[in-house]
Design a binder for this molecule. Structure first.
Ligand code: COI
Length: 434
């Protein structure tokens, strides 16, 4: 005889099978679920966290405005309470990026809310982002690095911040992150530095490093332009980036088996994915007694960058002139602000020829053998100038006479940059902000 189910049994079976559609049944089905809901109701809700992309939308869609950038004029400031202020470390303890100031800047972008939201300066805090945020999975992010210098006149200066903004927007474009008006961001983080100005070290060997960062926070797994993003700026008082040898020079290891960048890639954009994958090679170089990796490219072993810096070489050229050379911006090279400034400044010096040219390892070895290679050095915002005295390449250990020059170009370049940055000389590259 067929089993006859009662209407109640049929209803119960239907409810079990369809409970995912019935919010009330789902809530009742687990006391844990109730607990979760209570807990989350009790938590202060993070500001501006993007709605999950899958959430049903009961609200009328917000009015979409054709905004292209956030504006400094909309900046809101919430200052830290006295108990939130951190003690300032001694200059000798600073290192690089270990301490952070009392405030930060945040600017959210939500496509659904019309794009960029109002910039906010607030007490420094941890970020609260969804574990599915695209930045965490697909490295949809970028960062910048520039510094605020306290000059001899006690004025605070930025160094060519417009170039960082240009580069930041290029990286945003490449990663599908929202672009913005760089001038507006400069004004916003200038205000941040002014608020935390006591964190700008009173020293010419330390500075305040400014780290603007833009991350995709849309919590969905699709590899596509994020509809929500967060631009934040944090500040860190810093001194030296890394330890060199006692004479101040570094030894570098050129390993032809690893590449940092390739044609059509993102070697020319400041994105985190250019830096994380360098760690293993750098550790291997360290094991062999070197400080940094010299990044090569192609069958001719072209020099591209060194560590996280641009590379320069000084030698006597075929015409007998002293020449300062660096590889051209061919897509493999980060357009460094220090790099560009060195090229521009040194081009004004009568006793030096300046060239952007492809440099191969063979050329380095040949010039060195002929006694024409004078110096090699790395240049970047964090390190400023880092002279190089040794290159490990295949089985060779090549000594570079950088530290043996009577009046080295690297020192002249460094002194000039520092003189501009610390206000020893007035120069259009330096922008007084306080
Ligand atoms: C900089 O010179 O600012 C850099 O890019 C180094 C940074 C990755 C620590």
């Amino acid at each position: 005889m067929p089993i006859r189910r009662s209407k109640v049994q049929v209803l119960v079976k239907w409810i079990f099978e369809n409970q995912h559609k019935l919010q009330t049944v789902r809530y009742c089905s687990s006391s844990l679920r109730y607990k979760e809901l209570e807990d989350s109701a009790a938590q202060p809700q993070p500001e501006h966290v993007a709605p999950p992309a899958t959430a049903p939308s009961h609200k009328p869609r917000p009015h979409i405005t054709p905004e292209i950038s956030f504006k400094f004029d909309d900046l809101q400031v919430r200052l830290a309470a006295p108990y939130q202020l951190q003690p300032k470390p001694e200059a000798k303890e600073l290192g690089f990026g270990k301490y952070f100031t009392d405030h930060m800047l945040k600017i959210y972008y939500h496509k659904e809310l019309g794009g960029w939201q109002k910039p906010e300066i607030m007490p420094f805090e941890n970020l609260n982002i969804h574990p599915a945020a695209k930045a965490l999975h697909y490295a949809i992010q970028l960062f910048e690095g520039l510094k605020a210098y306290r000059g001899v006149d006690d004025k605070i200066r930025l160094f060519r911040p417009d170039l960082n903004m240009e580069r930041m927007n290029l990286a945003a474009q490449r990663s599908g992150l929202p672009m913005f008006d760089g001038e507006e961001l400069i004004k916003c983080f200038t205000r941040l530095v002014q608020i935390d100005q006591e964190w700008v070290p009173h020293s010419e060997t330390s500075t305040l490093y400014i780290r603007p960062t833009l991350i995709g926070i849309e919590p969905t797994f699709g590899i596509m332009a994020p509809e929500s993003a967060l631009l934040f700026v944090i500040l860190s008082p810093v001194s030296t980036y890394y330890k060199a040898s006692t004479d101040g020079a570094v030894s570098i290891f050129a390993d032809p088996n690893v590449v940092r960048a390739f044609p059509g890639g993102v070697g020319n954009r400041k994105v985190g994915s250019n830096y994380g994958p360098t760690i293993e090679a750098t550790a291997r170089a360290a094991k062999l007694g070197h400080h940094q990796v010299l990044w090569l490219f192609g069958p001719d072993h072209e020099l591209t960058e060194v560590g996280a810096m641009n590379i320069f070489m000084v030698y006597i050229n075929d015409q007998g002139e002293k020449q300062l050379s660096t590889p051209p911006l061919n897509g493999l090279i980060l357009p460094g602000v220090t790099r560009r400034s060195i090229i521009e400044l040194a081009s004004e010096w009568d006793d030096l020829t300046v060239k952007e040219e492809v440099i191969t390892m063979q050329r380095v070895i040949q010039l060195n053998k002929e006694g024409r290679l004078l110096e090699m050095f790395g240049a970047g915002t964090a390190v400023i100038i880092s002279p190089i005295s040794r290159v490990g390449f295949l089985e060779q250990d090549i000594s570079i006479p950088t530290m043996k020059q009577a009046q080295p170009v690297f020192q002249r370049v460094k002194d000039t940059l520092l003189a501009i940055q610390y206000g020893h000389m007035e120069h259009p590259y330096a922008k007084v902000i306080s």
